[in-house]
Design a binder for this molecule. Structure first.
Ligand code: SF4
Ligand SMILES: [Zn+2]
Length: 393
């Protein structure tokens, strides 16, 4: 086995961030004297509070199950509400605040459905009679018990992560592993594309093949499906019934493919981390995150152009005011930015002065169908989502 210091190790959330925008990761690895911009965490905080409260429902439900108490759903709904209130207070939020309530109401059906699911599933998790243990774990760090608590992606790549829920589900002739995450965002999570669930899927298949984590199935006398596991996203914000539970089966063939692609991405992240030059190793991908959610917007030329074009230069300036140094830096470079915007309005690339035009995205997403792109894109890197501009001749 490779020695510890030659491992590359990144969490699934670092991988997600890198995949969203390489440049943003580079900036976070290479902080400078300007510091970061404040990011609005209101919705993320509420999401975290809901998430934490659901896990507390599951933990308490499990305790009640151990002592043989009845699992009364209305009790657990009240229990959830009181935990949620405490969790919100910890984050400086008040449950009676109008905006907080709006968010909670928008997701309420999903929360109630999820509490029902947690309670009914307490009957379905495998009971290990020998150990007198219900085989479901909440927020457990994943390890292979080999001096490094992380998922062993391959010889050189590890990833530290924990699942909301890992358990052995016993509703069929052959019990099987479920890896479950509670998602509170507006967008529906597809487990087949979620780095966190996929990473945990890798871990569980490796463990099924070669049990080594002492808390999981090692030394247990359980007969379970070792060929595949179920990855499950519980989408609390789902509007359609079918989107509430999204599940995929993940097998050893998938593992090889996913592990290899994770390994490649982790290599690229490591490269970005160790490179002092951003543009070559970590290109920016302007889009929905820039305006409100990127703490590095003031350092990112393309991000600033994008936000100025889409929302106006005043919006960009307002965003920088949370950080004095960043605001001063913005003002110092404002005329340069204005010149770049003028270039674009004349179909000239703000970076190399080649010509720019609208082109179809090679891999369109629901948000990005076309790009505004420089003719010399490969060399100069100017590309941003288009807001409906000139067509390429
Ligand atoms: S501002 Fe946008 S493009 Fe620039 S680093 Fe941030 S997310 Fe990426
Ligand atoms: Zn160019």
């Amino acid at each position: 086995m490779t020695s510890n210091n030659s491992f590359v190790s990144f969490s699934p959330s670092t991988i997600s961030k890198f995949l969203n925008c390489n440049a943003s990761s580079w900036f976070s690895f290479h902080q400078n004297e300007l510091g970061e911009l404040e990011v609005d965490t209101f919705y993320a905080d509420i999401g975290n509070a809901i998430h934490q409260s659901l896990l507390e429902v599951q933990k308490y439900g499990k305790k009640k199950k151990y002592v043989g108490d009845t699992l009364d759903r209305s009790f657990f709904k009240d229990f959830f509400d009181s935990i949620l209130e405490d969790e919100l207070i910890k984050l400086g939020l008040n449950i009676s605040n109008l905006e907080v309530q709006e968010k909670l109401i928008s997701i309420q059906t999903g929360i109630i459905q999820c509490i029902d699911l947690i309670i009914s599933d307490l009957e379905n998790w495998y009971f290990d009679k020998n150990a007198n243990e219900i085989l479901v774990w909440e927020e457990c760090w994943l390890d292979h018990n080999d001096k490094f608590d992380g998922v062993y992606v391959d010889n050189v790549s590890r990833s530290k992560t924990r699942a909301d829920v890992v358990g052995i589900y016993d509703d069929s002739t052959l019990p099987y592993v479920i890896i479950r995450d509670y998602k509170t965002g507006k967008n529906i999570t597809d487990p087949a594309k979620d780095p966190g669930l996929l990473m945990r899927g890798i871990w569980s298949l490796l463990e099924l093949q070669n049990p080594s984590a002492s808390w999981f199935i090692k030394d247990r006398n359980v007969n379970i499906n070792v060929d595949s596991v179920i990855l499950e996203a519980i989408n609390l914000g789902a509007k359609k019934h079918d989107d509430f539970i999204k599940r995929v089966s993940f097998n050893h063939k998938d593992l090889l493919k996913v592990a290899s692609s994770f390994s490649q991405v982790m290599g690229k992240i490591d490269n970005a981390k160790n490179s002092s030059e951003q543009s070559q190793v970590a290109p920016p991908s302007p889009g929905g995150l820039c305006k409100d959610y990127c703490p590095h917007l003031h350092r990112c030329n393309l991000g600033k152009i994008y936000v100025s074009m889409k929302f106006g230069i005043n919006t960009l300036e307002n965003r920088t005011t949370s950080n004095q140094e960043a605001h001063a830096f913005f003002n110092k470079n404002k005329s340069f930015l204005m010149n770049q915007l003028t270039d674009i309005s004349m179909n000239s690339c703000p970076i190399c002065h080649g010509s720019i035009a609208e082109v179809k995205a090679e891999k369109p997403t629901i948000f990005i169908k076309k790009y505004l792109q420089c003719d010399n894109f490969v060399e100069c890197g100017f590309q941003m989502p288009s807001f409906g501009r000139k067509k390429k001749n």
